[in-house]
Design a protein around this ligand. Structure first.
Ligand SMILES: [Ca+2]
Ligand SMILES: [Ca+2]
Length: 269
């Protein structure tokens, strides 16, 4: 009875309770606004933390500079160099290493890491805003270094499968172009035997991205490559890998070694 006596109220109730096909759009907008807002807040707080750390470093450096005196200034050592060269002083806190106040060098490393994180976040924000058209960042979990992105595996695969894995990631097994790149990779492979993008499956050594083998950087272990056939796996050794010390060896391609993918910096997601 009450419903039939209030037709307009019933209509409004139905209108409010019936989901509209466009109702998701404002909610999506609100969600995106909140997402952007929270990201901005995060960036802002990260920036403030960075400034605070830089301030602490500068103040600390200046206060120490008063005690260092003329000798160091005469030697021309900059405050930054001193921070880089300074080693932790175990005598400060011999019985509580886990709770020691970080030294300047450690603080400098943290500041540098914060700067890297901030750059990465800024890059990803720019990519988000441009809907991916201006993407110069490495994907999450890839390391950026000197214009390339690197991904280090946590498991092992035969060389052909590792190469396939990288190709599916729009990348290739790592190509070492310089001593500098060798040092970077070497610092991240730990104690694992690790495949690189170098093979001579058809009898001629070739890099995975077409880099010329003869003129390119090399770091073979003495006596390698030797195409050894005594391993009993059939054939010789046609795929190159890093030893834990960074030196290269050719080995049977079916061995399940770790691997590294490399891609240009334009790769991102
Ligand atoms: Ca390379
Ligand atoms: Ca060998």
């Amino acid at each position: 009875m009450a419903l039939s006596s209030s037709p307009s109220l019933t209509s409004w109730t139905l209108l409010v309770l019936t989901p509209s096909p466009l109702a998701g759009l404002p909610a999506l907008e609100t969600f995106l606004q909140r997402l952007l807002s929270s990201t901005r807040s995060f960036l802002l707080s990260l920036g403030l933390s960075l400034l605070l750390l830089v301030g602490i470093c500068v103040i600390g450096s200046q206060s120490e500079g008063h005690g260092v005196g003329r000798e160091e200034r005469n030697n021309g050592t900059s405050g930054l160099q001193r921070l880089k060269e300074q080693k932790p002083h175990p005598g400060h806190c011999p019985h509580c290493p886990s709770v020691c106040v970080p030294g300047y060098s450690e603080m400098l490393l943290r500041v540098q890491q914060l700067v890297k994180n901030l750059n990465s976040l800024t890059c990803k924000m720019a990519a988000l805003k441009s809907n991916g058209s201006q993407n110069n960042c490495c994907p999450t979990s890839w390391l950026e270094h000197e214009g390339s992105c690197y991904w280090f595996s946590y498991s092992g695969k035969p060389w052909p499968e590792a190469e396939k894995y990288c190709q599916l990631e729009d990348a290739y097994l790592v190509v070492i172009n310089s001593r500098e790149e060798q040092d970077f990779v070497q610092a991240h492979i730990g104690s694992s035997y690790t495949w690189m993008g170098l093979s001579d499956l058809d009898g001629v050594w070739k890099w995975a991205d077409g880099t010329d083998y003869e003129t390119n950087f090399k770091n073979w272990k003495p006596g390698q490559p030797d195409d050894w056939q005594g391993h009993g796996l059939g054939g010789g050794e046609d795929c190159a890998h890093f030893h834990p010390d960074g030196k290269w060896n050719d080995d049977a391609c079916q061995r399940p070694y770790h691997w590294i993918c490399e891609a240009g910096l334009s790769k991102g997601s």
